[in-house]
Write a new protein. Structure first.
Length: 261
């Protein structure tokens, strides 16, 4: 049935279901119209339709998750800046992927849950990967410096440079927390010089340290470490009471940070 046969109330119901995250295909089937009709109805009523690729999406995906920078959103911005990947960008689409070692498959599932998505996580004996297409979400992430070929160019967004959730995401993505087989606990991070310096600047807001970024020989990468009491204090600041984190690093942070409580 053409959309013109539906009442304005029915049309607004279609739009509401679409804006709540349903795909154009699903809404269209529910009302007996094509996905093209749903997208056209959105535009006629003054709403912004998702791209053609978004309209054809057959999986759930909430592309508005970074519109409100709540705690979990801030964390994932840090994690994706350090360990996420944007590629295959065209005028109509982009691929967003997150690949971790198999033992961290549960964290990839947390990312999927944050997106309110039902995309399948690809599992191999060594890795867990979630990849999907969304130009709208890629454009939103680009605002925070999460862009193609970002390795070695990561730069903490000004709005998040003093945020513990963002830095916990960065440490979970490209950092290290050690507590066993060493006389001094450590918290360290690898990345661009700007990222490492940004982490030190964040730390200086809470502790006194003389740590500074060091270039890793033969790589386009820098490294900075905190040791001893400074590491304990920062681990506590970053991870105490956290609602989202990488499980194995949360355990280590709890072990070394408890002494700073």
């Amino acid at each position: 049935m053409p959309a013109s046969f539906y009442t304005n109330i029915q049309k607004m119901q279609m739009i509401a279901e679409y804006l709540e995250g349903e795909t154009a295909d699903i809404v269209g089937k529910r009302y007996g119209v094509s996905r093209t009709t749903i997208c056209r109805t959105l535009r006629v009523q003054g709403f912004e339709a998702r791209s053609d690729v978004e309209c054809q999406r057959t999986h759930k995906l909430d592309v508005s998750v970074f519109d409100n920078l709540a705690q979990e959103a801030r964390y994932w911005i840090g994690f994706l800046l350090s360990d996420g990947c944007i590629h295959g960008v065209t005028k109509k689409t982009a691929i967003i992927s997150l690949a971790l070692c198999r033992k961290d498959a549960g964290h990839v599932a947390k990312w999927r849950d944050f997106l309110k998505s039902d995309y399948r996580i690809e599992l191999t004996p060594k890795s867990a990967r979630l990849a999907f297409r969304s130009l709208e979400l890629a454009n939103r992430l680009a605002v925070f410096g999460i862009v193609p070929r970002k390795t070695g160019r990561e730069c903490p967004p000004d709005v998040l440079k003093n945020d513990r959730d963002f830095w916990r995401g960065m440490i979970d993505g490209d950092g290290t927390i050690t507590h066993l087989n060493t006389p001094w606990p450590t918290v360290s991070i690898c990345g661009s010089r700007a990222a490492c310096q940004g982490f030190i600047d964040f730390c200086l807001g809470h502790i006194s340290t003389k740590a500074s970024p060091t270039k890793i020989r033969g790589k386009n990468c820098w490294h900075v470490s905190l040791r001893g009491s400074g590491a304990r204090a920062i681990a506590y600041i970053l991870y105490n009471g956290a609602t989202i984190s990488l499980d194995r690093k949360q355990v280590r942070a709890d072990l070394i940070g408890s002494a700073a409580a």
